[in-house]
Design a protein around this ligand. Sequence first.
Ligand SMILES: [Zn+2]
Length: 127
Amino acid sequence: MRQPPEEIKIFLLNLAKILGVRVEKILDLYLYVSPDTVKIVEVVERGSEIAGVRLAVKSKKSDVWYYTSVGHYGAKCTCRGSSVGGKICRHMVIGVITWSVISLLKTGTAIDPSALHWLKYLKETEK
Ligand SMILES: [Zn+2]
């Protein structure tokens, strides 16, 4: 099992807290990310920071790929769960995790999930 670097561990803990889910669930999503399951379509760079990413995420159950984009101001996904109910889906969470890992690799800083207000907003609409 891949052990996340310290900065990512802290990020995953914060993300779990914000989403109100167990950290194991977030760690599962982190571990789901591999070259076979997640393809990076675009990395959005603004100045020296990574402002967001666009990804294709393979469905857990079938060969379907969902297109997800995440950034400071919101997230979109082509999966049914998110487009019907405006809910946050696992692909968006995978998007934020991948974004944070890319940001750490490229700039030395992980994403601060508490700065992503849409995470809370989408969570609230899910109830
Ligand atoms: Zn989705």
